[in-house]
Design a protein around this ligand. Structure first.
Ligand SMILES: *[C@@H]1O[C@H](CO)[C@@H](O)[C@H](O)[C@H]1NC(C)=O
Ligand SMILES: [Mn+2]
Length: 630
């Protein structure tokens, strides 16, 4: 076996088992946001092909909202003219008592109280370094209860709550640190949790206290969403006793993220609300870039760059999504997406914020009064799921602006696959209710794209939405079409009524086309698997251009002409060529135009679909589960 073959097998089998894990998760009532977003964990983009598909596909380029977006730290014209006037002119002005702006006041310090508390630079995890459990007993114990938290809880207990972290900001961010408005708003930091590991929660709190300049930190509000765990009762109260700024609120029943955060927001007094997950660590200089952006305009809603803290070693791994922004798929999950070139052009350098169509939801800052003005959250949304997109759509459509402020960096422990938490009503039901509310209130005619992707959601009960509809009317918000055209024109738009869609079944075998979790980054082959009727990896769309599309942006692509040639998953380019197929319900074959071969299930036991000369054999017959009504 060649190395490539072995590599392929490893990739396919691991993605296969990963898919199985996800399926198991979907039905086992237990899931976290991470386990879902990990499906689309930040990927490193291939620079050579970067965004080219967008241009090739003729996707409408992004139109900036305003002609020029002026960031607060951009040099203003005064500054520039001073520069061009030269030293002589400036010193002349200075002699006349006109002091150049740059010399006013002193340089803003980067506040970091953890340095003073550190006893030994070599102790476990200092500086965000990877740490390891030493004894076999410890390792066994950590392993035994790993599933309680899905991260190395015992290691966390051994790390200092005040451990230091490197200043990970880019050089241009360090320069900008001096230039934020002098009077920044204060912030209340709201941290909701449910059955969190105490050490991880407390480290989140300590990182905020240690790295937020005290005059900017109004308070930290920790909200316990009914954990019912004695380890989080008195020990938590004791753990925060030393901080006068920290309050603990406790829910009387399980409320979910939305209503727990709202309780925090009602109690908050700061100018700005900053929401953090309960397993984060704020890095040096994290607060000022967020507050500076809100000081500029109170309708700016800002997210820090979310960085990875390793779940096994607690190493601060730094940025994996610096080149990405938030989008969504039509089943309404948050997805990381590449930044379109037109959007990149609006930024002078890596320290400028990135406009983002959506936020991941866990970490962001919003002006407190603005949060209430635009209708907080949809209180009828349970646990979590959909609330992040709801707020994202609402902010943009109702006159605000959502950004990733890359100079603010906050580490986040991404749990490994499984989650210890329960959805009282079941994952599927809770998510469907939340997503339906989101679609019905905000998405206008585009909601059909969601229902196309999740037909089983169509008749599902989502409660009363009249208050939210009235809110949208009162705020006089834009249409969803406006949002797509102006904020997210690079969205992958599925056809509303494609010629065919659904599972693609070979009737004689009961096998279906299956992506097997393949992603175009791996140039992966498309597989076949027993039809399971659960959509997911077996959900394809035949477009009117003749493409066979998986998840909006991936197309079945054939580039080889021999019998037995592979079928690969590639980014759709919209130009036909290797991605153009012919199919009708009547003849039942999937014929590839440029090679004139037919899609074939292959022999029993084959893992992958192949291409063969068309001869009408049973393994070449395919039926989509839905055809367009004629
Ligand atoms: C893990 O959960 C089990 C069952 O709830 C409990 O008995 C055990 O003490 C927990 N261990 C840790 C370390 O959290
Ligand atoms: Mn989280």
């Amino acid at each position: 076996m060649g190395a490539k073959r072995i590599f392929n097998i490893i990739v396919i089998t691991s993605t296969f088992w990963f898919s199985v894990t996800i399926l198991v998760l979907m039905f086992s009532n237990e899931m976290t946001r991470e386990s879902l977003t990990m499906l689309n964990a930040p990927v490193v983009l291939d620079k050579s092909k970067n965004h080219k598909y967008m241009i090739l596909a003729g996707v409408q380029p992004l139109r900036p909202n305003e002609k020029h977006i002026k960031y607060p730290w951009e040099k203003d014209t005064d500054g520039q003219s001073e520069k061009s006037q030269g030293i002589l002119a400036i010193s002349a002005k200075a002699m006349m008592g006109v002091i150049p702006r740059k010399n006013q006041g002193s340089k803003r310090k980067v506040y970091d109280a953890s340095i003073g508390k550190m006893k030994d630079t070599m102790s476990l995890g200092e500086g965000g370094r990877a740490a390891f459990l030493k004894s076999d007993e410890d390792k066994k114990l950590a392993e035994k209860f790993f599933a309680n938290h899905s991260f190395n809880w015992l290691l966390s207990d051994r790390l200092s709550l005040d451990r230091t972290l490197e200043d990970v900001r880019s050089p241009s961010c360090k320069v900008k640190h001096d230039n934020y408005p002098r009077n920044l708003p204060t912030t209340s930091v709201i941290i909701c949790f449910h059955k969190e590991r105490l050490s991880v929660l407390l480290r989140t709190v300590h990182s905020v206290i240690n790295r937020t300049p005290p005059h900017l930190l109004q308070e930290v509000i920790v909200v316990d969403d009914f954990s019912q765990d004695p380890k989080l009762a008195k020990p938590l109260d004791d753990g925060v006793k030393e901080f006068t700024k920290v309050k603990v609120l406790r829910m009387k029943k399980r409320e979910g993220l939305v209503r727990a955060r709202l309780q925090g927001a009602y109690a908050a007094k700061g100018d700005v609300l900053t929401f953090l997950d309960s397993h984060c660590e704020a890095t040096p200089g994290w607060a000022e870039p967020l507050l500076g952006r809100i000081a500029e305009k109170r309708s700016n809603v800002v997210c820090p760059a979310i960085e990875v803290i390793n779940a096994d070693t607690f190493a601060y791994q730094g940025s994996t999504n610096a080149d990405q922004r938030g989008g969504f798929s039509w089943d309404l999950f948050f997805r990381w997406k590449g930044i379109p070139p037109e959007e990149q052009k609006l930024r002078k350098d890596d320290s400028d914020p990135i406009r983002t169509p959506t936020m991941a939801g866990g970490l962001f800052s919003i002006h407190r009064q603005y949060f209430f003005d635009i209708g907080t959250y949809d209180e009828e949304m349970d646990i979590w799921g959909g609330e992040n997109l709801e707020l994202s759509f609402r902010v943009w459509m109702c006159g605000g602006r959502l950004e990733i402020v890359t100079c603010s960096r906050v580490g986040h422990v991404f749990r490994k696959y499984t989650s210890p938490y329960k959805f009282p009503d079941g994952v599927e039901r809770t998510l469907t209710k939340n997503f339906n509310r989101l679609a019905e209130v905000w998405m206008d005619e585009y909601k059909e794209l969601y229902y196309n992707k999740k037909p089983q959601a169509k008749n599902s009960d989502y409660g009363d939405i009249s208050k939210r509809v009235a809110l949208r009317k009162r705020l006089n918000c834009h249409s969803f079409k406006w949002y797509i055209d102006n904020v997210y024109p690079d969205v992958q738009m599925p056809e509303l009524n494609p010629p065919a869609r659904g599972e693609v079944r070979n009737p004689s075998s009961g096998y279906c086309l299956d992506s097997l979790g393949a992603k175009p980054e791996h140039n992966a082959r498309v597989g076949i698997y027993v039809c399971h009727g659960q959509a997911g990896n077996q959900m394809f769309v035949l477009s009117s251009k003749g493409e066979i599309i998986f998840e909006e942006e991936n197309c079945l692509d054939v580039s080889k002409t021999y019998a037995g040639a592979p079928v690969e998953m590639m980014k759709c380019h919209g130009l036909g060529g290797n991605q153009k197929w012919d199919h009708s319900k009547a003849h039942g074959i999937l014929k590839h135009i440029s090679t004139q071969q037919c899609l074939d299930k292959g022999s029993p036991g084959n893992q992958y679909a192949i291409m063969n000369p068309c001869d009408g054999r049973e393994s070449q017959r395919w039926v989509f589960s839905h055809y367009k009504d004629k």
